[in-house]
Design a protein around this ligand. Structure first.
Ligand code: FES
Length: 210
């Protein structure tokens, strides 16, 4: 398992393997790769960026190829490398299943990731969802597009569930820390129970029951 010995971050052998020998990186110019769908995400918080290209087997509705490029850190590289393997192995993953892949599944397949690096690992699956949505758009299957619409949680300061999610992913795991980061709850205070329940939900979703 990956862990933390106080000073140094210890990565699992699988993380190291995928960091030093990342799979499925796009090595040609994007315009030379005839992708069916392209997804792009960036995380301003850590300066990471991820771009993903997919080719789809139209007969089986599965992912045939999954290529990517990133300016991300070691965790983003290893996570996306293993994700690209997961969605293309065994004849390719069904598109609906790939749309639902979670950061936790990716982390498990990596044999763990230090908690403070989890937020880097979500770039890959976000980019994958964007690429699948792009394929649905290009292939006129708009009814299959799944967009996660942000919901306003704190009406006084206009803070959304996505902002709270990002804060938790960055390691802010208490009401005080999330409030400091997002400014939620600094008006009437009525949103506190909802924010606290979201913090709990995202902690469980990304970090397990710790
Ligand atoms: S709704 Fe959040 S402070 Fe008022």
């Amino acid at each position: 398992m990956a862990g933390n010995d106080g000073e140094n971050w210890i990565y699992s052998e699988t993380v190291k393997k995928h960091f030093f020998d990342p799979q499925n990186i796009l090595k040609v110019k994007p315009e030379e790769y005839n992708a069916d769908g392209v997804g792009y995400v960036g995380s301003p918080a850590c300066g990471d960026m991820m771009k993903m290209w997919i080719k789809v087997d139209k007969l089986t509705d599965t992912i045939e190829e999954c290529k990517w490029q990133t300016f991300g850190c070691a965790s983003a590289i290893a996570s996306t490398s293993i994700l690209s393997v997961m969605v293309t192995e065994k004849g390719g993953m069904d598109l609906d299943r790939a749309m639902d892949i979670t950061p936790q599944e990716i982390t498990e397949r990596l044999n763990g990731l230090p908690d403070r690096k989890i937020h880097c690992s979500v770039l890959g699956d976000k980019a994958l969802r964007a690429a699948i949505n792009d394929y649905f758009k290009n292939s006129k299957q708009e009814d299959r597009i799944k967009k996660e619409k942000a919901k306003i949680i704190c009406k006084c300061v206009d803070v959304t569930d996505h902002e709270i999610e990002d804060a938790v992913l960055e390691g802010k795991q208490t009401w005080e820390d999330v409030q400091k980061k997002t400014k939620c709850g600094t008006g009437c205070g009525a949103c506190r129970p909802r924010v606290e329940s979201l913090i709990k939900q995202y902690k469980l979703q990304y970090f397990g029951d710790k």
